[in-house]
Design a protein around this ligand. Structure first.
Ligand SMILES: [Zn+2]
Length: 217
C-alpha cells in the first residue's frame, strides 16, 4: 500500500493519519537509509521504530527489508523507483524492496528472496509478489550505454532508449522459480500519471516521495 507526501513538513503528519486508518502506529515503522544498493536486512522486534521519526535512526545502507515478526511495519520510499512487495504465506514472512536501476542491475529482488530463504526457510513456490507504481518503459529514457548493465533489455523507440524496471525484476523472480500467476503489477507509470503520483524524473530534486508499507498482521 502506498501513501503520498506533499512536502517534508507534512510528511510525519500524513504518515500518522494514513497509518492510523490501518491500525498501525506510525512510531513503529521501520525505514531504511536507502542508497540504491542491493543490501537486504533481516528486521526484528528490536528494530521497531528505527527511522520512524528521523532519518538518522533508520537502518543504514539498505534497500530491502524482511521480517517474519507480526505487527512490525516495514517501509520504503520511492518516486519513480519500483517498490516490490514480497509475501511468503506459509512461513509467514514478508519483504519490501526499493528497486531503482542500480539495485535492479545488482539483482536486489533475488538477494532479498535469498535472505528470506536463509532466515525463515522460505520456499519460492509459496511467494506472492506485487509491484508498486514506478516509472514505466513508456517514459523511462536511459543512455545507450545502459545496455552494458542490461544487455538485450533496452527498448529503442525514435532513437531513444527506454528501460522496463518491472519486466526485468519480474524476470529475475521467474528465474528464481516464483510462479508467474503469483506476480502482480500495478501497471501504474508515475510519470504518465504525475497528477496522482510523485515522479522524480518529471519533478526534479524537490519531488515528494511515496511510502510503500508492508506488515504481517
Ligand atoms: Zn509513462
Amino acid at each position: 500500500m502506498s501513501v503520498f507526501y506533499s512536502n517534508t513538513k507534512d510528511a510525519l503528519e500524513n504518515r500518522r493519519n494514513f497509518l492510523q486508518e490501518l491500525g498501525i502506529d506510525y512510531r513503529d515503522l521501520v525505514c531504511a537509509q536507502q542508497v540504491h544498493g542491493s543490501q537486504a536486512r533481516y528486521i526484528q522486534e528490536t528494530d521497531k521504530g528505527k527511522g520512524a521519526l528521523s532519518y538518522d535512526t533508520a537502518i543504514p545502507d539498505t534497500d530491502a527489508l524482511i521480517t517474519h515478526e507480526r505487527n512490525l511495519p516495514l517501509a520504503v520510499f520511492t518516486a519513480d523507483c519500483l517498490s516490490v512487495f514480497i509475501y511468503d504465506h506459509r512461513t509467514p514472512g514478508i519483504g519490501l524492496v526499493h528497486a531503482g536501476w542500480r539495485s535492479t542491475r545488482d539483482h536486489i529482488v533475488g538477494k532479498t528472496v535469498k535472505l528470506m530463504q536463509e532466515k525463515f526457510n522460505t520456499e519460492v513456490k509459496d511467494l506472492s509478489v506485487s509491484f508498486g507504481p514506478a516509472i514505466g518503459s513508456c517514459c523511462y529514457t536511459v543512455r545507450e550505454d545502459f545496455t552494458d548493465f542490461f544487455p538485450g533489455d533496452l527498448i529503442k523507440r525514435n532513437n531513444h532508449y527506454y528501460l522496463d524496471l518491472v519486466r526485468i525484476n519480474k524476470r529475475q523472480l521467474l528465474d528464481l522459480g516464483v510462479k508467474d500467476k503469483n506476480i502482480f503489477d500495478s501497471q501504474i507509470c508515475t510519470s504518465c500519471r504525475n497528477e496522482e503520483f510523485f515522479s522524480y524524473r518529471k519533478e526534479g530534486t524537490g519531488c515528494g516521495r511515496m511510502m510503500s508499507i508492508i506488515m504481517l498482521a
